[in-house]
Design a protein around this ligand. Structure first.
Ligand SMILES: [Zn+2]
Length: 275
């Protein structure tokens, strides 16, 4: 499933391609024909993301709300296509101008909504570490009242928006937190470190298109960005994610895995032992 940094980069690309234009909006597949007719030809004011949700704001208090779910994709061309570009696969929604075409496939949500409905979606979401106006205390209040494990809470979009399975596993490892720790037993200082780390790591994901969580790579990418370069990365690496059975890079103990909230959790049985 795409994590928040992917949606953030997608919103940025869609905004750059379409904001200020009045794109032709269609539904080649036919399942969004009525919605497409409502927004087609309207001026697109902007595109934003919050967590895993995407919002396209059109003039006249009309929005399109998109959630990609597990398998959805939204591809934006970078020039060279036209509205007549061939349709490949099941395209729920196509945005097209003389310069750009974007195709949405397989979303769980693609709907025309009002500003009130957008506000209602936002009210259900926790703070997004990629947004400067996010308040980590909103997440903290939900965490510290909960008997659920921190591993479950980090994936709950009403606690924190945009963090998915890879970041959850890696950030818990980086702070030696046992994934089984109940929310109410997490120390405020630990939460502060986790939040600050997500605020540091997620923009690296936006900049590189990869999840960067291994400290050596984090420093490398930060240095490259500091020099104004686009960092080149080899294959994604992780400390614990999908490394079950291998030795922990920090303590050598065996990395474990278990299904939590429908997703495979990975952690080190040594340095992330429950205290
Ligand atoms: Zn370890």
């Amino acid at each position: 499933m795409p994590e928040g940094h992917t949606l953030y980069a997608l919103a940025r690309d869609l905004h750059a391609a379409f904001a200020g234009t009045a794109p032709l909006v269609t539904s080649p597949q036919g399942r969004f024909t009525d919605g497409a007719a409502l927004v087609s030809g309207r001026r697109l004011l902007g595109v934003t993301s919050r967590g895993k949700h995407l919002f396209l704001e059109f003039e006249g208090d009309t929005w399109v709300h998109v959630h990609l779910g597990l398998i959805g994709t939204f591809t934006v061309d970078h020039g060279g296509w036209t509205a007549e570009a061939p349709v490949v696969g099941q395209v729920r929604m196509r945005l097209a101008t003389d310069q750009h075409v974007a195709d949405l496939r397989g979303p769980t949500v693609c709907a025309v909504v009002t500003a009130e409905e957008v506000a209602a979606v936002l009210a259900r979401l926790g703070p997004d570490p990629l947004r400067a106006d996010s308040d980590p205390d909103v997440a903290w209040r939900r965490i510290t009242r909960s008997n659920r494990s921190i591993a479950e809470l980090l994936m709950d979009q009403s606690v924190l928006a945009g963090v998915g399975n890879v970041y959850r596993c890696e950030v818990l490892f980086r702070h030696r937190l046992s994934p089984a720790t109940e929310g109410r037993r997490v120390r405020p200082t630990s939460w502060g470190l986790v939040w600050d780390d997500l605020v540091r790591l997620l923009p690296l994901g936006v900049a590189t298109g990869r999840i960067v969580t291994v400290e050596e790579q984090v420093l490398e990418v930060e240095a490259a960005l500091g020099r104004g370069e686009v960092p080149r990365l080899e294959e994604r690496t992780s400390a614990v994610y999908k490394r079950d059975g291998q030795p922990c890079p920090r303590c050598g103990a065996r990395i474990r895995t278990r299904l939590v909230a429908g997703r495979n959790l990975f952690w080190c049985g040594g340095c992330q032992r429950r205290r």
